[in-house]
Write a protein that binds this ligand. Sequence first.
Ligand code: FES
Length: 112
Amino acid sequence: MQSRTRPPERPPRTHPPTPEHPVSYKLTFDGRELPAQEGQSVAAALWSAGILAWRTTRTNGAPRGAFCGIGQCYDCLVTVNGRPNQRACLLPARPGDTVTTQEGTGRAALED
Ligand code: FES
């Protein structure tokens, strides 16, 4: 019989926090400042702040957030730093990111 063992400890950080790579930082969502941690996806940062929906559907404007969490369903599309259709579940959050709710295809702001 195989004995159960604990998984190995996470390795220590290999680099100290710097202004370019801080451990925790801020991003904004629809103008609201939110905390984020190094390694979080945009979706994880939004969830941590209690935000569950950040997009509306094209046809009837129904709210959507993350569904699969692994980049397959595209329910989590969001606009980040002016770029629409970013998958929030895959996109790493970065210091100072400006995240905005995506309405429909997210292209209305680009068609001016
Ligand atoms: S939650 Fe499914 S692609 Fe992001």
